[in-house]
Design a protein around this ligand. Structure first.
Ligand SMILES: [Fe+2]
Ligand SMILES: [Fe+2]
Length: 141
């Protein structure tokens, strides 16, 4: 018995690739940014990077359960050179995550996969929080 469609498995892998991208992106932004204005931002980036790693793991566990193989390739990483450039990109990546996870919730629900839909509702709540944080930071840098 197939537990999930190929479409859903591919969407989960896209989620994993995006999560791995932002883990590295936020981690290097955290490490590289040294300006005075960046002090508060650095801690925020570090804590969000750790949350994204937990997301990648959670999605991979679900994909594995559903019979898929988690990708090891992140989506293209964009670190940026100024704080404004970094945070502007991060806002875009959070918007993309929110759109993707809403799609995953819809597809999972249509397939009767209540658990996947539930997992992504929880992750979606985090991404909306990140989007809010980065949007606020962008106004201040
Ligand atoms: Fe995430
Ligand atoms: Fe996020």
């Amino acid at each position: 018995m197939n537990k999930a469609s190929k479409k859903l498995l591919d969407l989960l892998n896209k989620g994993i690739a995006r999560e791995m991208q932002v883990v590295i992106q936020y981690m290097w932004q955290h490490v590289l940014w040294s300006g005075v204005k960046g002090f508060a931002v650095k801690d925020e980036l570090k804590s969000i990077a750790i949350t994204e790693m937990k997301h990648a793991e959670k999605i991979a566990e679900r994909l594995n359960y559903l019979g898929g193989m988690p990708t090891t390739k992140p989506e293209p990483i964009f670190v940026g050179t100024s704080l404004k450039e970094m945070i502007a990109q991060d806002v875009k990546d959070e918007v993309a995550a929110i759109e993707l996870y809403k799609e995953i919730i819809e597809v999972a629900q249509a397939e009767g996969d209540v658990t996947t839909a539930f997992i992504f509702r929880e992750i979606l709540e985090d991404e909306e929080g990140h989007h809010d944080t980065f949007t606020t930071l962008l106004e201040e840098v």
